[in-house]
Design a protein around this ligand. Structure first.
Ligand code: TXA
Ligand code: MG
Length: 324
């Protein structure tokens, strides 16, 4: 991906909304207002666009992202809603609530945005401008908060620019956000619904709508929940051998950059022959799944540099390689 050189400030009128949707449809990055905080938005169905979110934020690991939809019907095409999830959607959408549900068979959110999980995080925001952009974009839009990793979430376009000017294509400026804290995140994955992150909808209101108590996941909104889920939900069946110079007999091969000398196994995939880390990140989860589906005993992985998105790629690969 070529880095954008100048970040446009779009006004929240018809022309600005149309321009933002057009950029998103072209795989570009746009910071969008929601009623909670500004989100760093990209086409959730496009692995490369999603990879560029992590690159712009300098995220050290691939946390799964929230996908935003214009209405409940669109959200229900992406995920499977059980009774508590339906009750919450009915009560609080559009609004500051995110639901983590099993991905549906027609889910178009790419595997990178889901961090390789079988679940998907969905949100229907109530902000007028956000909904107009989502409607015009016509696809799920992934958006973490529009700050650099480790900084606080932005509630004004100026905060976004302070962190991301020159790293994204545009910010759609609709003034300060109303809620100011992120959405509440509830996981409805069968069994008791779990509160992964307290947020814009108070817990008693969530529990009242469902008619049942939420299981509280300690520190659910911070980083631990995602890696924890990654380890338990998605780990390849194959053993993973990292920093391999070349595949050994019988191993599947996950390459990066120029291939080693000698014949490659039939079961091989190169994350980026050109050695582009954004392309590699975009391919990572789908490639691991594709290799693992053929049931190799071991997947050997070429060394991947540690700079830029390489840090997140290596983090994810180390988790995949951890003994189970
Ligand atoms: O208010 C908000 O929620 C803002 C606006 C932009 O929508 N977004 C936001 O996104 O706060 P972010 O990326 O900063 O936080 C998303 C959280 C992360 O903690 C992530 O671990 C969790 O959602 N998450 C996403 N998908 C998940 C999944 N499938 N399972 C568990 N947790 C998930
Ligand atoms: Mg955040």
């Amino acid at each position: 991906m070529t880095a954008p050189r100048q970040t446009q400030r779009l006004s929240a009128d018809e022309a600005g909304i149309a321009a933002a949707a057009e950029l998103l449809r072209a795989g570009r990055l746009v910071a969008l207002p929601t009623e909670t905080v500004y989100g760093l938005a990209a086409d959730a169905s496009d692995d490369r666009a999603v990879a560029s979110i992590y690159a712009a934020k300098e995220r050290p690991s691939f946390n799964p992202l929230i996908s935003h939809l214009p209405d409940v019907e669109a959200a229900r095409r992406q995920g499977l809603f059980d009774a508590p999830a339906l009750a919450l959607a009915k009560a609080f959408w559009p609004g500051p609530l995110t639901l983590v549900v099993p991905a549906s068979s027609s889910c178009t959110v790419c595997s990178l945005a889901r961090a390789g999980l079988d679940s998907v995080a969905l949100r229907v925001p109530s902000h007028r401008v956000a909904r107009a952009v989502l409607q015009a974009a016509g696809r799920p839009i992934a958006a973490p908060s529009a700050n650099r990793s480790g900084r606080v979430s932005p509630t004004q376009a100026d905060h976004v620019l302070a962190d991301l000017d020159g790293r994204i294509d545009a910010v759609l400026d609709a003034g300060p956000t109303a809620v100011g804290v992120e959405s509440s995140i509830v996981a409805c994955l069968g069994g008791a619904p779990r509160l992964l992150r307290p947020g814009g909808v108070p817990r008693p209101a969530l529990e009242a709508a469902m008619g049942q108590a939420l299981v509280i996941v300690e520190d659910g909104g911070a980083t631990p929940i995602a890696p924890g889920l990654l380890a338990s939900h998605y780990a390849p069946r194959a053993a993973v051998r990292l920093d391999a110079e070349a595949p050994r007999p019988g191993e599947a091969w996950l390459g990066f950059g120029p291939e080693p000398n000698g014949a490659l196994p039939a079961l091989a995939f190169n994350l980026s022959p050109a050695g582009d880390l954004t392309e590699a990140a975009a391919n990572l989860f789908a490639a691991m799944r594709r290799l693992d589906d053929q049931r190799p005993a071991t997947i050997a992985v070429a060394p991947i540099p540690l700079h830029g998105l390489g840090e997140a790629i290596n983090d994810r690969l180390r988790r995949a390689a951890a003994p189970r």
